[in-house]
Design a protein around this ligand. Sequence first.
Ligand SMILES: Cc1cc2nc3c(=O)[nH]c(=O)nc-3n(C[C@H](O)[C@H](O)[C@H](O)COP(=O)(O)OP(=O)(O)OC[C@H]3O[C@@H](n4cnc5c(N)ncnc54)[C@H](O)[C@@H]3O)c2cc1C
Length: 393
Amino acid sequence: MVKILVFDVIVIGAGAAGMMCAATAGQRGRRVLLIDHAAKLGEKIRISGGGRCNFTNVHCSPERFLSRNPHFCRSALARYTPRDFIALVEKHGIAYHEKKLGQLFCDDSSERIIDMLRAECDAGSVTWRMPCAVEAVARDDEGFLVSTSRGQYRGASLVIATGGLSIPKIGATPFGYRLAEQFGLRIVPPRAGLVPLAFDVNEMKLYGDLAGVSLDVAVSCNGGRFRENLLFTHRGLSGPAILQISSYWQPGDALHIDLLPDASAEALLFEQRRSRALPATLLSEYWPRRFAQQWCAAVGATQPVDQCNDACLREFAARLHDWTVKPTGSVGYAKAEVTLGGIDTDELSSKTMEAKAVPGLYFIGEVVDVTGHLGGFNFQWAWASGHAAGQAL
Ligand SMILES: Cc1cc2nc3c(=O)[nH]c(=O)nc-3n(C[C@H](O)[C@H](O)[C@H](O)COP(=O)(O)OP(=O)(O)OC[C@H]3O[C@@H](n4cnc5c(N)ncnc54)[C@H](O)[C@@H]3O)c2cc1C
């Protein structure tokens, strides 16, 4: 007869949220099994933050997250804060620094965060199975039966921490969404977030050769507004400002880009009312010269300032504060840092992450319809939601 190993908790997905949850439950005395199909632990943590893992943000607040229910994340975030995670990092002697805007990074490497989470799981006597493919999940009166490539396991509770669809080449799968559907739970349609956006053919002709050029802008779309750098790429636009706004952008929408966020374009142009300089020459003081020349040519601002009439100068000033660009799409999950959408938060308890209709089934981390801004917020959600479930199991 096949022996079925029995646990209090089975966690599927040993990423940021899964390890936090397993460690928390294990240290509370629960017998925990942690399963992942990948051969290498914590790949997404490893590549995060350019290899240094932007593990939290000291300015974390619910306003930094997108979700169909913007209040859902409040409870978990309030009960496990950046301070709590920083205390853990300090307990493990990991050196870190603030880069900008409250973003905390490891001094050394993301590997330190993976080692820390593994050690925390070991402190909770967590049992590991990886690589281990999950073949089927069934539920009966005793809990959940998980059939895998390495045998069958029974758990009173089951936690799904398999993340979103971003970066399939390091192991992202739609497992969490399929499992939710199996149990009749609703999904907010997933889409790529924190992702570069593509230009159309005409804009590629105008700006395609500016790849590598960056400038400081304020970009707005659908109620989001971000003041950061924009970067031209071989396919369109990227840089922190564009990654941030991509989470607000929907196909067909235009981005509104303020190219002079710190100045009044009208005041600037009218101060130079009698100047023979070309607009591109004036704007080169604010922007990289190549961009100034190509952008002014593209919008037809090619006459010296003293030859423009007032109406024309006003119209040009307005365009400087509202360059309207219509991306054709995002570059997709292969380059997206996160997946928006996921398990509909109406289906879950905001205190414990347990499915209201399926006692014992929990969803944590990125698989849930809670997505942070760029800057350490997505990891903070993984820690906080993993901790909330780990405390409740
Ligand atoms: C390039 C990049 C850089 C990033 N940098 C940052 C950053 O600096 N700061 C920040 O806050 N956020 C960053 N993020 C986002 C952050 O990595 C994620 O939001 C976070 O890892 C989500 O945690 P999670 O545990 O929910 O999912 P993940 O960390 O993705 O873990 C999911 C786990 O589930 C496993 N899995 C998937 N499918 C299955 C299956 N079918 N069976 C078994 N196991 C499965 C995967 O192998 C993986 O180990 C970055 C993302 C990317 C792609």
